[in-house]
Design a protein around this ligand. Structure first.
Ligand code: FES
Length: 387
């Protein structure tokens, strides 16, 4: 079933919307702990995230380069909601909920209710893993694959708000949300989104990550050498993004060159790494409480690398570093949750010593504890007046 907000988000008597649970995580930097361990482990907490975060934020789902032609379709599961964005005849983009929000049955099968996205060959919905972009030139327009998303009358599907920032496509399931530009109005001008639109997409690839999605962004900035470069002034802001310059993303090579980049994190799920030669971006997508997908795109800033459609080695190394950093952090949160853990018993949690992670966890704590007005006890998207 779809989790209704009026059921509450309570596990073992603990109400996850209680602001008191997060008070140690929003202390000043240096004294703040990581988020409570249930936020990395609990299915109920991920239901809360679905209701408060995924359905009410601007979520990056891909790039305009991935659906260049009329009819091309980009599927993306946002929280528990299967949706897609399609290129229209006039070149604009339209967002809709998929025809199938669950496997065509009246109820959601048990194997799809665990919080882990299933691999389903029958349909694509809010409980299954996404398939890659569907290109009309590869499969044709009126095919069963397209019908899984569009049905026979796409005009009758529930609409989803779509906006772009340079090449990045964002959706928002909340019909009352502010605009994308308003949401990210404070992003530094050092990043020129329009110029990224004009770059060649060298490649896009997906990588698995064995950790909760919230632990991944912080790993982009997680190096002892980076600490002094991260700007403390960011901390006082009630922000929707994090930005740091000259972040070290590799060890020294044979020529003693250290690879550095500017890294922009647009909360909750887009990271853009700006290096001398490439723009490398990652869209985060949870696939279970302890697994996530990194949907990576590499844009080439350098004409000399034309025709090369592989991921540059230094970027591949960086992705491996992210995977291993997040895995170790996930292991720490798993140990804390075990009944014998001293942290659990003494009610002490590790400190969050990563500034990006700290700013992000404040955003998460605020988002999941914000109270909204419910018009009736149904999911948010059914309020859509356009429907
Ligand atoms: S409900 Fe199980 S794959 Fe869609």
């Amino acid at each position: 079933m779809v989790y209704h907000p009026d059921l509450g988000y309570v596990e073992n008597g603990i109400d996850f919307t209680d602001t008191g649970l997060y008070k140690t995580a929003i202390r000043d930097f240096g004294q703040a702990t990581i988020l409570p361990s249930f936020s990395y482990q609990s299915k109920i907490f991920s239901d809360l995230e679905d209701e408060k975060l995924w359905t009410r934020s601007w979520i990056a789902i891909g790039t305009t380069h991935q659906i260049p032609n009329i009819g091309d379709l980009l599927p993306f599961t946002v929280g528990r909601h299967g949706l897609h964005v399609q290129r229209q005849e006039d070149g604009s983009l339209i967002g809709r909920f998929n025809k199938a929000q669950h496997g065509g049955c009246r109820a959601i099968p048990a194997q799809c209710q665990t919080g882990k996205k299933t691999k389903c060959s029958f349909t694509s919905c809010g409980y299954s893993r996404d398939r890659q972009t569907i290109r009309v030139e590869e499969i044709g327009e009126n095919t069963p694959t397209m019908h899984q998303y569009l049905g026979l009358i796409p005009e009758r599907l529930l609409p989803v708000k779509v906006e772009t920032l340079g090449p990045y496509i964002f959706v928002n399931l909340d019909p009352d949300s502010k605009s994308l530009n308003e949401e990210f109005s404070s992003i530094p001008e050092s990043i020129d989104f329009n110029s990224i639109t004009n770059l060649d997409l060298q490649t896009d690839q997906w990588f698995e990550c064995a950790s909760n999605w919230k632990l991944i962004g912080r790993a982009f900035y997680d190096s002892d050498n980076n600490k002094q470069n991260l700007e403390v002034k960011e901390l006082s802001q009630d922000t929707t993004h994090f930005h740091a310059t000259d972040v070290l993303i590799s060890e020294a090579d044979n020529n003693d060159n250290l690879l550095k980049a500017d890294i922009y994190w647009l909360f909750p799920n887009l990271l853009i790494v700006d290096t001398l030669t490439h723009i490398f971006s990652v869209i985060l997508q949870p696939t279970s409480m302890q697994e996530s997908l990194l949907r990576a795109c590499v844009f080439n800033k350098n004409d000399t690398d034309q025709g090369n459609d592989s991921i540059p080695k230094e970027i591949l190394n960086f992705i491996e570093l992210i995977q291993s950093r997040t895995k170790s952090f996930q292991d720490i949160t798993g140990k804390i949750n075990s009944p014998s853990s001293s942290e659990l018993n003494n009610k002490t949690m590790p400190l969050e010593n990563n500034i990006a992670g700290y700013v992000f966890q404040k955003y998460v704590a605020k988002t999941v504890t914000t109270m909204h007005e419910y018009y009736w006890n149904a999911p948010l998207f059914t309020n859509n007046p356009v429907a």
